[in-house]
Design a protein around this ligand. Structure first.
Ligand code: UT7
Length: 312
């Protein structure tokens, strides 16, 4: 028996900030941002909209999509590096808001790989028989930790949330294999600095990401007993189109078989893979029984990937 995703939802804030908007406040250009990153716009949360508000809306959508009630959830895992506060956790805040009174709740901190860490943790608890339904949320309000005067980072990030309900699925479907990893020696390349703002060595993170995304994607395909030719669809963490393309080329997939939502939302960190999954399902890019690879990397450094047979 495998655990799989039986419901999914997302929420992105209403406010759209385009590259042209950023040209007005930073020494940058739409051309630079598009060609170096693939980003055209990002969503930015309102002042009175915090991480838990975004998480709650995505969670409601996922619960509804799964056709379960909040009381059936046994565990809530929220992946975020931008919680409203250190504690209570976002997981506890949304447990209350959802009325998920039977759920244990905790936040997971693994930066942009957080959704993968959440999904893979949920898989263990479902397959071990501890919980029937687990809510996994990936959510960030990165706009509150971005230094809006630093063009190296300010153009990259956006706010958003995605959520999945993980439960038992039928034979042959669900999460077939996974890989998780971390390399604390690279922590210095992407971190919160003394001002509580994102500080990044873009080139070092880029090099790591290109190598790791391709390797992890290949590893989960092989661990699941498949060849790269068997993969139907790839959802890489939406950090930079050039990093994503490197992972796609490693799997030898054509362009249309890779998720691309970065142009609309920028890098939403822990939320990005789930947001892509929702949009791609809506657009009919993923079909029942497709073999999908999800792969992410982030600050820490951290990474994670799964091979997933789509369907309940
Ligand atoms: O979820 C994980 C989060 N982090 C990442 O995924 C980041 C991974 N790294 C990257 O995506 C890329 O390294 C960046 C997009 C951050 C930068 O792209 P790059 O091709 O590595 O550019 P670079 O850092 O080598 O900079 C090239 C030039 C520099 O100017 P000089 O020194 O050549 O004169 C930068 O100062 O581009 C300049 N630059 C900009 N110019 C216009 C840097 N940021 C900007 C900007 N607008 N926003």
């Amino acid at each position: 028996m495998n655990a799989g995703i039986i419901g999914i939802g997302k929420y992105v804030p209403e406010k759209i900030v385009t590259n042209e908007d950023l040209e007005k406040i930073l020494d940058t250009s739409d051309e630079w941002i598009r060609t170096r990153t693939g980003i055209e716009a990002r969503r930015i949360a309102a002042d009175n909209e915090d991480t838990s508000d975004l998480a709650y809306k995505a969670a409601v959508a996922a619960i509804d999509n799964a056709g379960i009630s909040a009381e059936q959830i046994g565990l809530i895992l929220v992946a975020t590096v931008t919680p409203d506060q250190a504690f209570p956790t976002v997981a506890c805040q949304i447990q209350e808001a959802l009325g998920a009174k039977n759920a244990a709740a905790m936040d997971i901190s693994a930066a942009c790989a957080g959704f993968m860490y959440g999904l893979i943790t949920a898989k263990q608890f479902v397959e071990g028989g501890s919980y029937d339904y687990i809510l996994v949320v990936g959510v960030e309000k990165l706009s509150k930790i971005v230094d809006w005067e630093d063009r190296n980072t300010a153009v990259l990030f956006g706010d958003g949330a995605s959520a999945a309900i993980v439960s038992k699925v039928s034979e042959g479907r669900g999460i077939l294999s996974f890989e998780l990893g971390a390399d604390g020696t690279g922590g210095k390349y992407l971190c919160l600095d003394e001002r509580n703002a994102i500080a990044m060595n873009g080139r070092e993170v880029f090099k790591f990401a290109v190598r790791q995304m391709g390797e992890s994607a290949m590893n989960v395909v092989e661990k699941a007993g498949y060849n790269k030719e068997d993969v139907d669809y790839l959802i890489p963490h939406q950090a930079n189109i050039r990093i994503m393309e490197a992972a796609r080329e490693r799997l030898g997939l054509p362009e249309e078989k890779m998720s691309k939502t970065i142009h609309k939302y920028g890098n939403t960190s822990a939320a990005s893979i789930g947001i892509s999954l929702v949009d791609d399902l809506e657009d009919g890019k993923i079909k029942e029984d497709d073999l999908i690879v999800l792969v992410g990397f982030g600050g820490g450094l951290t990474w994670g990937a799964v091979a997933l047979r789509w369907g309940k």
